[in-house]
Structure formats: structure tokens, C-alpha cells
Design a protein around this ligand. Structure first.
Ligand code: ATP
Ligand code: MG
Length: 250
């Protein structure tokens, strides 16, 4: 073989690898986007069902409120889909000031139906108002995944009165800290090393894909933050999101 032939073979192999890499990337993104659309979609369905009920009872202000929630959740879904469209352009992310407490409220709203159905009490404790720089929708996605896991974790708790999820928002050493605590069984020792691995799940098929924490940790890392987990002395798990935030309220 001549040098020329070798060079051309190398070049075409390189091209194929680049194409294969792009396809693999697209596959990952598609799995991720599909995963992230589930929760807002379920929320839209619940808001729509509620709107119908309120309509039947002639409670128009509640109908209006639920329609507004549908509109908000659809906009949220649109932005998640836009992430897939723009996946080639990494820099296309919308960077803005994100109010952490507001984002927590928005995430909780999309899980309202699950919380209600399971009888889970949620407490939001904003110890210090704090803002971070980032993408509102992505920050919301992280919180939805963590809250969803917390709700799933308390499912096995025997007494409804003991099903609790607590969100704490505070400012600590230049960071916004969001703690999501649950009163579930905690993270088993054998699960802890695999928490953030894609497709690692202990949930029955159809219930969990094992993508929530993998997606969340990559979003948090892209925002120069950290996502970690530990068990609480009183039982249950705590997931902690740390994001750079220069000063309280800034
Ligand atoms: N709050 C928690 N308490 C106890 N275990 C948890 C908690 N959150 C996550 N885990 C464990 O980590 C695993 C991985 O979580 P992850 O969110 O990545 O996937 P999943 O919830 O199983 O599925 P998906 O998020 O794709 O619906 C879970 O299956 C569960 O075993
Ligand atoms: Mg999950």
C-alpha cells in the first residue's frame, strides 16, 4: 500500500468515527429529552383533568389557573425540545439570572399531582434568597428529577403522616445550596457507588430508566456546580446541589 492510500483510509475512518460519535451523541440526547418530557407531560394531563372538574363545578378562577399551568408546562416542554434541536451548538444555552426559590416552586408545581396522590407533605424552607447564573429550565429539570426520586423513596413508608420531602435553600461560602431531603429508607450502601451512572436503577422496569441522576449531574456540572448525596442520621436521603453564587440574593 502506498502512503497516499494509507492516508485516505485514515481520513475516511476518521470521518466515520466522527459520524458515529455524532449519532451516539444524538441517541443519548434523545433518551435524555424523552426522559425529561415525561414529568411535565404528566403534569399537563393532571392540570387538564383538574380544569375539566372545575369547569363542571363552575369554578372559573380555578379553571383559569389550571389553564395557565398547562401553558407554562407546555412552554417548559418546548424549551427541553429546543435543547435537542440545538445540540450541535453547545454555546446556544440561554444564560440568565435564576432565582433559586422561584425555580423550586416551579418544579414542585409540576409534581403537585404526584405529591397529592401519594399524600406526601412537602416543606420548602428558604433560609436565604439566592440567585445563580444559568438556564432556568435546566435548573428546574434537576430539581424535578431529585424531587421525583424523593417522592419515589417515600412510597414505601408505612404511615402517610411520615411521608415527608423537605427542600432547603441557603447560601454558603459563595454557593447556592439546595438540599432535597426525604423520609424514605435512604440510599443502600451497595447502591451509593452507582447513583450517577446512566441506566442504573433499582426501580421496576417501566417505572425507572436510571437516567434522572445522570442527566441531573451533567446539568449541574455544566453550570460549574456539584451534585452529591448522603444519608441523614435520622434516616432518609439528602441530595445536595451546589451552584456558584457570589453573594446572597445575587
Ligand atoms: N432519594 C433517594 N433515596 C433512595 N435511593 C435513591 C434516591 N434517589 C435515587 N435513589 C437510587 O438511585 C437510583 C438511580 O436514580 P435515578 O434518578 O438516576 O434513576 P431512577 O429514578 O431509577 O429512574 P429515572 O430517574 O430514569 O426515572 C434509583 O433507582 C434509586 O435506587
Ligand atoms: Mg429518578
Amino acid at each position: 500500500v502506498t502512503l497516499q492510500q494509507t492516508e485516505s483510509l485514515l481520513r475516511s475512518t476518521q470521518n466515520e468515527l466522527v459520524q458515529a460519535g455524532k449519532l451516539a451523541m444524538l441517541g443519548q440526547m434523545a433518551a435524555g429529552v424523552t426522559h425529561e418530557l415525561n414529568q411535565p407531560l404528566a403534569a399537563i394531563r393532571a392540570f387538564a383533568d383538574n380544569a375539566v372538574q372545575f369547569m363542571r363545578r363552575g369554578q372559573l378562577p380555578q379553571v383559569e389557573e389550571n389553564l395557565e399551568h398547562i401553558s407554562g408546562a407546555s412552554a417548559h416542554m418546548g424549551k427541553i425540545i429546543a435543547q435537542l434541536k440545538g445540540f450541535a451548538r453547545k454555546s446556544g444555552d440561554a444564560i440568565a439570572v435564576v432565582d433559586v426559590a422561584q425555580t423550586v416552586e416551579a418544579a414542585v408545581l409540576l409534581l403537585r399531582n404526584e405529591l397529592h396522590q401519594q399524600g406526601v407533605a412537602i416543606e420548602i424552607d428558604v433560609r436565604s434568597p439566592v440567585q445563580v447564573m444559568g438556564d432556568v429550565v435546566r435548573t428546574e429539570q434537576v430539581l424535578i428529577n431529585l424531587l421525583r426520586n424523593a417522592i419515589d423513596a417515600v412510597e414505601t413508608v408505612e404511615y402517610v403522616a411520615d411521608k415527608r420531602v423537605t427542600v432547603i435553600v441557603e447560601h454558603d461560602a459563595g454557593e447556592a445550596v439546595i438540599r432535597i431531603r426525604d423520609s424514605g429508607p435512604g440510599i443502600p450502601d451497595e447502591v451509593a457507588p452507582h447513583l450517577f451512572e446512566p441506566f442504573f436503577t433499582t426501580k421496576p422496569s417501566g417505572k425507572g430508566l436510571g437516567l434522572g441522576l445522570a442527566i441531573s449531574s451533567s446539568i449541574v456540572q455544566a453550570m460549574n456546580g456539584r451534585l452529591s448525596a448522603h444519608n441523614l442520621p435520622e434516616g432518609g436521603a439528602e441530595f445536595t446541589v451546589r451552584l456558584p453564587a457570589p453573594a446572597p440574593g445575587l
